[in-house]
Design a binder for this molecule. Structure first.
Ligand SMILES: [Fe+2]
Length: 333
């Protein structure tokens, strides 16, 4: 598919965990600065209209230093917006070098959120982007407050753009299903996801919900009914954890084209692979009892990384007969 010059191009970079003085754990915090710098450069080279940072933008062990490094890189690239993740969702009374959610929001004011206002709604060309605060103080898990749900309902009701994309940090659906792990539900999912999904499904121009937090790659359609409806749940990996990536979304006539971008730096992929295998998530994955390996699970299939996603969904009559549907066939499970 050729790229039209007027196509809207949006990048999704989540869980960058910027940490200039960070040490390597299950994620490559020690390389986080050069990795984000390279991804933002790729966004500039791709002529991206907008970069969305999906939370856990900083690791927040050494907050002020990390914010400065994050801003320096983000401001070198295209227009950008961000939401917070659990790493930035810290109360005002914090110590040990960490910064509060309010302090982070003040530092990035003008880029989506601001102190006391942690959701946003902005337009880029023919796409409305709604940033949703899914964080809850005191937990790594997700929750969307009643006020935020009201905000979302209003934005969905009055949006006039051709496409709507919603950005949050936590997941609305479990990529590990049909296997079950309650600890992962609690840690990774939005607790009141049913109401959020129902609300998003009320507007047929909602194309995708973009999230991170789980450090894995997965694209699947949720909330569909009968022959249509629903939207894509797009989980993007962290650039500092295997498979170490960000995403580019292009809004074409035929559908949303997704591409995965990896840091173009020596050794990142093997180092991130070695690091992630040392972490708790790899160990807990074994509890699922799935025959698929952990590395295959987090890296996703081709259809999770490079695909054409028809706006109306792969089940819509007519799409079945096209080449687009054939490329989509492995996304539908
Ligand atoms: Fe997170």
């Amino acid at each position: 598919m050729s790229r039209r010059s007027e196509s809207t191009v949006i990048a999704h970079i989540t869980d960058a965990h910027i940490s200039p003085n960070g040490k390597r754990t299950a994620v490559l915090k020690d390389r986080s600065v050069e990795i984000l710098d390279d991804l933002v450069k790729q966004c500039t080279e791709y002529v991206t209209d907008l970069v969305l940072f999906g939370g856990d933008n900083i690791d927040n062990k050494d907050g002020e230093t990390e914010i400065a490094a994050f801003l320096e890189i983000a401001n070198r690239g295209p227009r950008w917006l961000c939401v917070t993740g659990n790493h930035e969702s810290v109360h005002d009374l914090v110590g040990s070098g960490r910064v509060s959610k309010r302090t982070f929001a003040a530092a990035v004011e003008g880029h989506g959120i601001s102190p006391g206002r942690y959701s946003f709604s902005e337009v880029v060309k023919n796409v409305r982007v709604i940033g949703l605060d899914t964080t809850l103080y005191g937990t790594g898990g997700g929750h969307v407050s009643d006020d935020t749900l009201d905000f979302l309902a209003d934005e969905l009701r009055f949006a006039e753009e051709e496409h709507i994309v919603v950005l949050g940090h936590h997941l609305l659906a479990a990529p590990w299903a049909p296997y079950r792990l309650d600890a992962w539900d609690k840690d990774y999912l939005v607790s009141n996801r049913d109401v959020v999904v129902s609300l998003l499904a009320t507007n047929p121009r909602v194309r995708a919900y973009l999230c991170g937090h789980h450090h894995a790659s997965r694209v699947h359609r949720i909330a569909g009914r009968g022959q249509g409806g629903g939207f894509y749940h797009i989980l993007t990996p962290s650039p500092v954890a295997y498979p170490a990536a960000g995403r580019i979304l292009r809004f074409e006539e035929e559908g949303m084209v997704i591409e995965t971008i990896h840091p173009r730096l020596e050794g990142v992929i093997p180092q991130s692979l070695e690091a992630v295998m040392s972490g708790r998530k790899a160990q807990r994955y074994e509890l699922l009892g799935t025959p698929r390996s952990f590395t295959e699970y987090v890296a996703g299939r081709d259809s999770d990384n490079n695909a054409v996603l028809p706006y109306s969904g792969p089940r819509t009559k007519g799409v079945y007969d096209s080449g687009i549907e054939r490329r989509m066939s492995s996304v539908v499970e």
